[in-house]
Design a protein around this ligand. Structure first.
Ligand code: SF4
Ligand code: SF4
Length: 173
């Protein structure tokens, strides 16, 4: 399957699934999407995902500083909001992430990188909409079946490890 078709399939799977049954954006003023005009927050794109997002309005795609196999991972910035139906995969699964440990075992977790902006990070995973969690688990399994997306999950999980390490140091200080 071409990357574009693969991602469009995954997007469709999550189209109607959101972290809570009601709009969680009302809790935080859509904090994960707000373009504050200060340091821009971007969302990493999955491998070749930019092909599925070509022509998306209000989205700028650039090379990030995050390297996998010495190649920069693409990152998307939104100004001020994307078209919801065209949002990248990282946004559709947020604040969950398929975390892959160093032995290669995958588990869908609440992404600790959401700590700074998302009030849902304090919840347990079973407090999120079960439909949403099931949908993310389903696409996580598909992402694990593809070599490049599995590698992306693995390498991004190392960023999560770093984030957790920093947080532990902060708690000890
Ligand atoms: S920051 Fe969290 S609570 Fe707010 S809109 Fe995004 S996912 Fe929902
Ligand atoms: S791309 Fe869209 S869904 Fe993702 S952070 Fe930006 S505005 Fe929000």
């Amino acid at each position: 399957m071409e990357p574009k078709d693969f991602y469009h399939y995954l997007y469709r799977k999550l189209n109607k699934r959101t972290p809570l049954k009601n709009d969680c954006g009302t809790l935080c003023g859509n904090a994960c999407c707000v373009d504050s005009g200060e340091e821009p927050l971007g969302m990493y794109l999955f491998p070749f995902e930019e092909e599925a997002l070509q022509g998306t309005k209000n989205l700028t795609i650039e090379d990030s500083d995050f390297l996998i196999n010495e190649k920069p991972v693409k990152i998307a910035f939104c100004h001020p909001y994307c078209n919801r139906r065209e949002r990248p995969l990282s946004c559709r699964i947020f604040p969950l992430f398929p975390y892959v440990d160093r032995l290669g075992k995958m588990q869908v977790i609440i992404d600790p990188r959401s700590r700074d902006c998302c009030p849902l990070h304090r919840l347990e995973r079973n407090e999120l909409s079960s439909q949403f969690v099931r949908g993310v688990r389903h696409i996580a399994k598909l992402l694990m079946m593809n070599e490049s997306t599995r590698e992306f999950l693995y390498e991004t999980s190392r960023l999560i490890d770093e984030e957790l390490e920093l947080y532990c140091q902060f708690l000890k200080s």
